[in-house]
Design a protein around this ligand. Sequence first.
Ligand code: FE2
Length: 240
Amino acid sequence: MIDIHAHILPAVDDGPDTIEESIEICKVAANDGIKTIVATPHSRDGVYEAESDEILKTVEDLNLKLKENEVGVEILPGAEIHIHEGLVESIKEGKTLTINNGGKFILFELPFVFIPPGTDKFIFNLKVNGIVPILAHAERISAFQKSPELLEQLVNIGARVQINAHGLTKRANPKERKCAEWLLKNRLVHFIASDTHSLKGRPPILSEAVKCASRIVGEEEARALVCHNPEQIINGLDIE
Ligand SMILES: [Fe+2]
């Protein structure tokens, strides 16, 4: 499996503080059958200001340590970003990291309480510029919890959708779970990812969510959300 949303890099954002902690998280991921993790630190959002060079270097260092410790997980670079004016230029100049540094897919987050006006135009503009935006943890955004069909409009103009593995489990907030299940039923989910920050809360475990999703969309489709679809985007290829 491939996890496309994880705060796995040490001392870059609100993920692990040390490289030892990062390695412990990766061991749990490996035990769950995760082979590849896209590191998506909060980046250039006014709170966490990790630059692309720092993220790339930290990914390299962590991969070396994982090899030394014989942990069978590979880390790829990425970031979790806010959409903002000048984003297209920032991506083209390499200041904002795309998934696997491929220049094509970005993981972005929206505020939890409202959808900023103009989000649809923003998504369209990215699409026109050859960039595909993937919305992080859609089930946590209250506007979609109230009206999940709003997300369909964003998908129709080119957005792709990620939900958190945690959101499908019994431990999830009921509103988040209801929304995640509705989105799955209506085939508006392209990825399940962990959004792990530590071993507490949201550990890097996808298998449990795949089982939950299988009951809604069947095993083959559920597995595509953690295998085929993530593999496509780390290789720069779009998905159905
Ligand atoms: Fe995140």
